[in-house]
Design a protein around this ligand. Structure first.
Ligand code: RUQ
Ligand code: CUA
Length: 653
């Protein structure tokens, strides 16, 4: 029995909204469905063998990105992005702390939703992965050769950067938008003045084609709706980006009801090439909002700057830049098919899946087939842009991915299923239950011009009885489904970290041989590097003590340090002298109240420590690096304040 059968098919508007709420709380366990007959062989990756794909899944409220192999579902790494990670000293080491600067101060967490791989000509190019920070609006860039976060830019004038950071066909831009309209720029007004005072924002962050470095190119000041998800166009629709737009009711309270009144909301279509022209013609105004830009330099050290004065366009000042496409009903996802012609809306309260046509939209614009205009934005006629409505899509369609054969896979939340239909005649051709309450789904390359149509991954919100129970909190489940044949076949369940909203996958062969193995010790430009054991030393400057330390199998140098006093600010600068792959050293000292260090070969990391009591304290390596790892240890002597014990430390003999 699938969950589908638990939800009446003929719910009215209110009933449907209620079912949306009820389903997540009351999902009854369905009869577990095993994989198909040859499932074990299809997902088995023998010891020592590699997976075919890397999958990058967002961590949702974990703020991070996790890397899995497909088809095995094996977890390979967690890349810290928006949340401090004491294991890796990310956000604790002096080199990485600036990554968390924002206009709100140091923000060490976020809710990360949508990873987006960089693209060249509409295909994944394996250079970078972008991901949004939803709560404190930000976009991060991860370098895929190193699998580390290299840059974070804050998005001003946004509240909930959810429709982000989907990249354009050639990674010209990553897009951003405000999920919750607010007074923009912010000001103190009664909440009841929503309609007069609250507005939205859609923004374009430019990506440098060589370095990947991000800069906020321009924003568009939008009516006070909620902008939920986005997809840039491709092929013929390259130069456009599409944003789902709900709460066209402009409700500010009890939105579950009050923002579910209109039968149609919108997909907002933005012609960003037109916007570029308007900016070039000086039509943008400069707003003074402050926002942070943080990046890691070639010395592997993070910097932070506060920027101000971004360019903002008003739609009325730039005709031809923004259009509204009526779309049923409270749409969540919007997805563009591999040809770039079809724009699919995921109306979570709609009884059909609406598919718009880009060429029809162009024609409608040319013929002024408008039914209204809102704030200088023409509203196109639904019939003039709609290509088809897919009937019988299940309850609560959210997101769509595509294969290489003209099929679309839609995740359907309330009825807990994936529905397969085709673009040719808009007919549902297959459906498969998933466990339970699917949010996003992902086909490797499914958002590119050439999907690898082998698998679809269901990213499910509710796990219930799928794994051994672990108390009140359960890992969320991902499910791997074979889509190579006519019928979808369930292959595998695997638990995930945090809440994966979206994921991206790329053929392993595209990036596996580009993986960095060590940092170059000779090329280490950290200002506190210690390149040889002979250079290891301890220096006092007033109350500040710098320890220039090296780590190599299986000792630290120096490993005995005296002359430090209670209350000194001690900076441990640890350089890992190794140049072999997979030989990190760790560093931990008693009473460290921030984190350990995990130092990669050739790298320097710094942790600050203020000893608070006299005594002799051990420090040691936390990473089992060699047979004599347990011997990789030293002592630091802390004297009472004002004792005047001279700095001393041992040097190589
Ligand atoms: S959103 S399913 Cu960011 Cu659909 Cu999560
Ligand atoms: Cu170095 Cu253990």
């Amino acid at each position: 029995m699938s969950l589908l059968s638990l939800v009446p098919r003929s719910l009215g508007r209110v009933g449907l909204a209620a079912a949306l709420v009820v389903s997540s709380g009351c999902a009854k366990s369905a009869t577990p469905v095993g994989g198909s007959g040859d499932a074990a062989a299809r997902v088995y990756v023998a010891p020592g063998q590699y997976d075919e794909f890397y999958m990058f899944a967002s961590g949702g409220y974990s703020g991070q990105v996790s890397v899995y192999g497909l088809p095995s579902g094996r977890l390979l790494r967690v890349i810290p992005v928006f949340s401090q990670d004491a294991e890796k000293a990310y956000g604790y080491s002096e080199q990485s702390k600036p990554m968390f600067n924002t206009s709100y101060g140091f923000v060490p967490w976020d809710d990360s939703h949508h990873p987006s791989l960089s693209k060249t000509d509409g295909l994944n190019d394996g250079r970078w992965l972008f991901i949004n920070g939803n709560n404190t609006p930000r976009v991060a860039r991860i370098d895929l050769a190193e699998m580390n976060t290299k840059e974070i830019i804050e998005i001003p004038n946004a509240a909930g950067n959810h429709a982000s950071p989907f990249v354009t066909q050639g990674t010209e831009y990553v897009v951003t938008a405000t999920r919750f309209s607010v007074p923009t720029p912010q000001k103190d007004v009664p909440i009841s003045t929503y309609k007069e005072n609250f507005t939205g924002q859609i923004g374009f962050v430019a990506v440098d084609p060589n370095s990947g470095k991000m800069s906020l190119a321009f924003q568009i000041h939008m009516p006070g709706y909620d902008y939920d998800l986005a997809r840039p166009g491709k092929g013929p629709s390259h130069g456009w980006a599409f944003f789902t737009t709900y709460n066209t009711e402009q409700a500010n309270t009890l939105k579950e009801r009050n923002a579910s009144q209109n039968d149609k909301d919108f997909v907002t279509a933005v012609n960003w090439k037109q916007a570029e022209q308007c900016v070039a013609q000086g039509k943008a105004k400069t707003w003074p909002t402050r926002y942070a830009h943080n990046w890691v330099d070639e010395a592997d050290v993070a910097h932070s700057e506060m920027l101000t004065g971004q360019k903002v366009l008003e739609p009325a000042d730039c005709p031809g830049m923004v259009y509204f496409l009526p779309t049923p009903k409270s749409p969540h996802g919007v997805d563009v098919d591999p040809t770039g012609e079809y724009i699919v809306g995921g109306g979570k309260l709609a009884t059909v899946i609406p598919v718009h046509s880009f060429s029809k939209m162009q024609k409608a614009i040319a013929e002024n087939a408008f039914e209204a205009a809102i704030g200088g934005i023409p509203v196109l006629k639904y019939e003039a842009v709609n290509y088809c409505e897919v009937a019988n899509p299940g309850l609560g369609p959210l997101h769509d991915e595509f294969d290489d054969k003209g099929n679309v896979y839609t995740s359907v939340f309330i009825s807990s299923e994936i529905v397969k239909w085709n673009l040719k005649d808009c007919k549902v051709v297959d459906r498969i239950p998933v466990y339970y309450s699917i949010g996003h789904l992902m086909v490797p390359g499914g958002d590119t011009r050439k999907p690898d149509g082998k698998y679809v991954i269901a990213l499910n919100k509710i796990t219930k009885d799928r794994y051994l129970p672990t108390g009140p909190e359960l890992a969320q489940s991902a499910q791997l489904i074979d889509i190579s044949g006519d019928k979808m076949k369930m292959l595998l369940d695997f638990p995930t970290i945090g809440e994966p909203h979206y994921a991206q996958a790329i053929l392993a062969s595209a990036i596996k041989d580009k993986q960095m193995k060590t940092f170059s010790l000779a090329g280490n430009k950290d200002p506190f590097v210690t390149r040889t054991e002979k250079d290891a030393r301890v220096e006092r400057k007033g109350n500040v003590v710098h320890i220039y330390m090296t780590a190599v199998r299986s000792h630290f140098m120096p490993d005995n340090i005296e002359g430090i006093e209670v209350g000194d600010s001690v900076y441990w600068h640890v350089t890992n002298l190794e140049q072999d792959w997979d030989v990190p050293h760790g560093f931990a000292v008693t009473g460290a109240n921030n984190s350990e260090l995990l130092v990669m070969p050739g790298q320097t990391r710094t942790i600050a420590w203020v000893p608070d009591r006299p005594g002799v304290f051990p420090f040691y390596c936390t990473d089992f690096c060699s047979a004599l790892h347990q011997e990789m240890q030293g002592y630091i002597r802390i004297s009472p304040r004002g004792t005047g014990v001279q700095i001393s430390f041992n040097t190589p003999k």
